[in-house]
Design a protein around this ligand. Sequence first.
Ligand code: GCO
Ligand code: MG
Length: 402
Amino acid sequence: MKIIEGKVIVTCPGRNFVTLKIITDEGVYGIGDATLNGRELSVVSYLEDHVIPCLIGRDPQQIEDIWQYLYRGAYWRRGPVTMSAIAAVDMALWDIKAKLAKMPLYQLLGGRCREGVMVYGHANGTTIDDTLGELDRYMSMGYKAIRLQTGVPGLKSTYGVSGDKMYYEPADGDLPTENVWSTEKYLDSVPKLFERAREKVGFGPHLLHDVHHRLTPIEAARLGKSLEPYRLFWLEDATVADNPESFRLIRQHTTTPLAVGEVFNSIHDCRTLIQEQLIDYIRCTLVHTGGITHLRRIASLADLYQVRTGCHGATDLSPVSMGAALNFDISIPNFGVQEYMRHTKETDEVFPHNYTFKNGYLMPGETPGHGVDIDEKLAAKYPYKRAFLPVNRLEDGSMTNW
Ligand code: GCO
Ligand code: MG
């Protein structure tokens, strides 16, 4: 069996997605997600110019060998562009292998470890009252885990609060939008939100919060400590994780569980955090971390240290990533939770899929492969539209993390 073609499909049904289709001489094909928000065309070029020519003629069943070939063979290691391209190939090859085996992918990965994949949804609003209203709505939809983000009094905008109640889309400008940030204002508002939320709904639902890398280690430590009475499921990206030492400092001060990893792209980014048990959840995503082959290694390492997974699942990861992630999530022992931000109707139509939501759980489907396809004709109706993530400045004008 041989790979005879690799096609990169760029489509924008409301937002940009990059998809790789690998076609074999036996007619079986596989689909992989290659979307890197705000940097989409770099991955397109990497795939078209440097990866696909090397795949033609190879046996698509040799997943590990092809992974090593693309990783070691490039000489230049890691980085989000490279690892997203490798991930797309890897996802497509696992799709092909599961189709050949006539099994849903999770069966090939070892079978189910649980009945369903617990997901968390995003409840947000510009005021605490709005956010609590959204919390109600998510609970009535059956969600068992809900992320809360609220507007910060005195700031025009903040991460995680959208105008649209259904969908959150941060890549909102043809050039990067400029936002303004104040840590002091933010640190006052978050504990109030969680105090009100627990008063309202008790300790039944899991509640989560995303700091989006905006605090220094000591500020994050203070926030974690002040949130302890509200027993969060996790505090996400409390500070930038470039230095694992930052998490040592946060850990010394708080028992609020910590999650990190959505901007990681390699096991080497999280090795120390895991081995020193500085985090509780590793949030790497299939598409930016080299696909199923590499994420399985990360999850296995994490399992040794009682660190659980919580794969990133924002709307900028396509339904292909979601379908593949669900097959992975259901098959590993140390799964924690899966992020689930619903895609728009247009996106769901471009990517027909068989996963389903019920009572706060997502279920991968039972058809062979990872269960997600692309309707190429429909995809062609939505041409690429340049879009950037915002940038962030402090009130005095200096650049900070978005
Ligand atoms: C999350 C993330 C996202 C990112 C987005 C950037 O927790 O889901 O923080 O919302 O901001 O993926 O492209
Ligand atoms: Mg996040």
